[in-house]
Design a binder for this molecule. Structure first.
Ligand SMILES: *Cc1c(COP(=O)(O)O)cnc(C)c1O
Length: 455
């Protein structure tokens, strides 16, 4: 038994040592793995399912030796792809510890500790984002599932008001639901609307302005069961739909208003940025991510719904509104049943940062983005968006040149940015969303982008 315990200790210490070595090297290594690192990993993973056991220490060695070099260094400070974020040290450590706990956090009884961490994390999230204290919510896999969760509650409520119980009766003979989105709606919202039976092609798409914001004067008249999906933080430009003009009118007409604020909603946590996201508190549901700008490990999204009842009606296993345990059971407010204890990492992030640390991290990323955009403009490289947040869309001239510059930059290994299409043009998207990004990283990014542009 003692030997057994010693072996486990040695194994975990070895894994921790390897993890620490990885993180110590991540600041200086290439950001995107070399093709031969990916090939080496692919080769060893082609092995057939072994007949016999392998020592756990050997398993970890293989994962590190072949896996680590093939990873994308998004935990470091020079990764600017998609909207990704790193993982704060406190959250990586919390993740390791919570991994040892291996809690199943589907209900209060299955893990009181996980349930309490989730209640506390949600309470602090609402305080950080200045959202109503009474909102109910859950931690889910990402903003996609958060959008799904919120929009299932929306579907329940607008149909219930029209005399139709969608969870009981299904959708086939239900009253029509109008779903309004902006032309620049995130693809994940369209996907979850399709999953909810609301149809990709029957969405009403509102035209947008040059920054991708919904144009209020182009909003259709709202009548009957209606769900309106707004965006706080366009995935390319970082722009916000005009909350103050659209939300009160839509809610007065009885629409359910939902906000996809995967990263943009975090502007509400910063005094210096809050004006951008003012008004978004007055909606029915909010989807955001913790694995993006809160910098917790993958995966973790956040769904919040103003009134608990529609969420419970949409998600409860039993169809009952009140949980039998008398405590909040996650299984009644999320699409999942068994799930890991994501809340431990969210709580660790919020506890370690505090209000001031959170605001400082987000504002710093925005300052870094504005600095880079300014330097690029000075160097004659076109920035296609107003840099209001942490997102920059860059053009190197025509689409062909832009595409070639992105490839050159990605091959360089200095930084990594992805391509996008912005208002009909090819663009390179730079997202500054990591706690680990320092000014020195921004200077390397500037040099690398200018070099790629000269090629
Ligand atoms: C990233 C993102 C999503 C999807 O989030 P996941 O965490 O990848 O599921 C949805 N909307 C916006 C605006 C995003 O930036």
């Amino acid at each position: 038994m003692a030997k057994h315990t010693d072996e486990i200790r040695a194994l975990l210490a070895d894994a921790a040592e390897r993890g620490m070595r990885y993180l110590a090297g991540v600041a200086e290594r290439r950001v995107y793995p070399e093709a031969r690192s990916i090939e080496r990993l692919e080769d060893i993973l082609k092995a057939p399912f072994p007949d016999r056991p392998t020592e756990a220490s050997k398993v970890i060695l293989l994962i590190d030796e072949f896996g680590s070099p093939a990873t994308v260094a998004s935990a470091g400070g020079r990764y600017f792809g998609f909207v990704t974020g790193g993982a704060l040290p406190a959250t990586v450590a919390a993740n390791w510890l919570a991994g040892a706990w291996d809690q199943n956090s589907f209900s209060f009884v299955s893990s009181p500790a996980a349930a309490l961490f989730e209640e506390a994390a949600l309470r602090w999230l609402k305080q950080a984002l200045r959202l109503p204290a009474g909102a109910e919510g859950a931690l889910v896999a990402g903003a996609t599932m958060a959008n799904f969760t919120c929009l299932a509650a929306a579907r329940h409520e607008v149909l219930m008001r029209a005399g139709w119980d969608v969870e009981r009766q299904g959708l086939f003979a239900a009253p029509e639901v109008t779903v309004i989105v902006g032309e620049e709606v995130h693809a994940s919202v369209v996907k979850v609307l399709a999953m909810l039976g609301l149809g990709r092609e029957r969405l009403t798409r509102v035209p947008v302005d040059g920054q991708g914001r919904m144009r209020p004067e182009a909003m259709p008249e709202i009548a009957g069961p209606t769900i309106l999906c707004l965006q706080a933080g366009n995935v390319n430009s970082g722009a916000f739909d005009p909350a103050a003009t659209i939300i009160p009118r839509a809610r007065a007409k009885g629409a359910w208003v939902h906000v996809d604020g995967a990263f943009g909603l975090w502007a509400r946590a910063c005094p210096g940025l809050a004006a951008l996201a003012e008004g978004f508190e007055a909606v029915d549901s909010w989807a955001t991510d913790a694995h993006k700008w809160l910098n917790v490990p993958y995966d973790c999204g956040v769904a919040l719904v103003r009134e608990p009842e529609p969420l419970r009606r949409a998600m409860s296993v039993s169809g009952a509104y009140i949980a039998p345990s008398g405590r909040r059971d996650a299984i009644d407010v999320t699409p999942d049943s068994s799930r890991r204890a994501r809340a431990v990492e969210v709580w660790a992030a919020l506890k370690s940062l505090g209000r001031s640390g959170l605001a400082e991290m987000i504002e710093r990323n925005c300052r870094q983005a504005r600095w880079l955009a300014g330097e690029l403009s000075k160097a004659g490289i076109e920035v296609l968006n107003d840099v209001v947040l942490n997102q920059i869309v860059v053009s190197f001239g025509d689409d062909d040149r832009t595409t070639r510059a992105i490839s050159a930059l990605q091959r360089s290994g200095e930084i990594w940015c992805g391509g996008t299409t912005w208002r009909g043009r090819a663009g390179m998207r730079v997202s500054v969303s990591s706690w680990a990004t320092r000014q020195a990283d921004m200077e390397r990014a500037l040099k690398a982008i200018l070099a790629a542009g000269r090629q």
